[in-house]
Design a protein around this ligand. Structure first.
Ligand SMILES: *Cc1c(COP(=O)(O)O)cnc(C)c1O
Length: 428
């Protein structure tokens, strides 16, 4: 802990909160973040020499585990030929073809650098296409930090109890309407009130930024129907679910096709890369084909593209990676449920494939209010034991636990033991 502590103290003098992204700062758990030196497979190592089993996986991208040798090699090959040209490369075309091939609703794609940019740009395209201003989002869903989307936006914001962000003009936020996840009536009410002015509805098809919350049967289908009825664009934010719930994302899994899709995380294989895509007629609104401006100096960066292409190639050739990740996740879910029962802990576990969350609350978690009913003190105590047992999980109640395709049986056994200790700690 000494080195992490020292570096963090210096970092806090130089960087806001000592970090480059808020949830890394461990504020919700009242601890010092671990500074990371390296990672390999399912393990991550801090500067003090601790060896942790990693269930953050860079917050989603590392489905193949850290430092996959084929991905690393693909990146290195490119780097020696130059890291950025500001000109088109064949790799981008290959990656876009793979994304279109994988995602059932996507016909045309633009590459960007972050999920934030992907969503922000998808919304701009949807507004350009429909000529309307309003968007609808769900309370507790996170879609990156662009101005209009920092309204009731989950995880990082939930963790710090900042319902909205300072610095967002009222005029932007007022164009964002919020509905309740899994509650179609709340959506209908908004569309009945002003459906003709709604450009787009955006949703995480499996919510994973208020902890993992699954869509109820019929919810996504209902959103498809309502948006269609009003001529609004349905946007799936698949930045987490894309290539995670399966190679065809949540849209393939639930067989509901949005008009537009935002992608990120896994598609960059751990490099800064994201994308948005959708129906051709909407995507053709984007510059230089159409009047919706969107650009990027480093967009389609060749090193990031190489990591993305190799990652998707591996996932496509090895569908058993999904089976493996989900099987290991199922074991952890079972360990959670058994220990919840054994120790009479007020907690529930939600899981979608290799994504899951334990919530310290009695009620089923189906939306933001039920997620927010969690006992955060309990979470803190649970987190502290897990970390002491070398289990590296997100330092927040409102994040997912990410299982990779390379978590070994031994990793799982150790984690099961840690879960037993963490959930047993409140016994007299
Ligand atoms: C992570 C995330 C984003 C933002 O992506 P960044 O690359 O962090 O900007 C957007 N939407 C969802 C659903 C996410 O999980």
């Amino acid at each position: 802990m000494d080195k992490s502590q020292n570096i963090f103290e210096k970092a806090c003098r130089l960087m806001p909160g000592g970090v480059s992204s808020p949830v890394r700062a461990y504020r919700a758990v009242g601890m010092t973040p671990r500074f990371i030196e390296r990672a390999k497979g399912s393990h991550i190592y801090d500067v003090d020499g601790h060896d942790y089993i990693d269930y953050i996986g860079s917050w989603g991208p590392m489905l193949l585990g850290h430092a996959n040798p084929e991905v690393a090699e693909a990146v290195c090959q490119v780097v020696y030929r130059g890291t950025s040209y500001g000109a088109p490369t064949e790799g981008e075309v290959t990656l876009c073809e793979m994304l279109i091939d994988a995602m059932p609703s996507v016909e045309m794609v633009r590459l960007v650098n972050s999920g934030t940019e992907a969503v922000m740009s998808a919304i701009r395209a949807a507004r350009g296409y429909t000529g309307r201003d309003y968007i609808v989002k769900f309370e507790g869903c996170y879609h990156g930090h662009s101005d209009g989307l920092l309204v009731k936006a989950g995880s990082g914001l939930m963790t710090q109890n900042v319902p909205d962000s300072a610095g967002v003009p009222e005029a932007y936020a007022s164009k964002t309407l919020t509905a309740v996840y899994n509650d179609l009536d709340s959506v209908k009410a908004l569309f009945e009130a002003c459906g003709e002015q709604i450009a787009a509805l955006i949703v995480e098809p499996v919510a994973a930024n208020m902890g993992v919350v699954l869509p109820k049967p019929g919810f996504l289908e209902g959103l498809r129907k309502i948006t269609e009825d009003y001529g609004s664009i349905l946007i799936f934010d698949e930045v987490i679910t894309g290539f995670r719930l399966g190679y065809s994302g949540a849209q393939g899994h639930y067989k509901v096709l949005p008009d537009m899709t935002a992608m990120g995380k896994i598609i960059g294989g751990g490099m800064p890369l994201a994308a948005y895509g959708g129906r051709k007629e909407i995507m053709e609104m984007v510059a230089p084909s159409g009047p919706v401006y969107q650009a990027g100096t480093l967009s389609g960066n060749p090193a990031a593209v190489a990591a993305g292409v190799k990652t998707l190639e591996i996932l496509k050739a090895h569908p058993e990676i999904y089976t493996q990740a989900e099987m290991q996740a199922e074991k952890l879910e079972k360990a959670f449920l058994e220990n919840i029962e054994k120790y009479h802990v007020d907690a529930v576990c939600n899981r979608a494939g290799s994504l899951m969350s334990i919530f310290f609350t009695k009620q089923p978690v189906t939306d933001y209010p039920s997620a927010a009913s969690s006992d955060l003190e309990r979470f803190k105590e649970y987190f502290a034991v897990m970390l002491a047992e070398d289990i590296y999980i997100a330092p927040s109640q409102f994040e997912a636990l990410f299982v990779s395709g390379v978590h070994s049986d031994e990793d799982i056994r150790k984690t099961e033991t840690a879960i037993g200790k963490a959930l047993g700690q409140w016994q007299a």
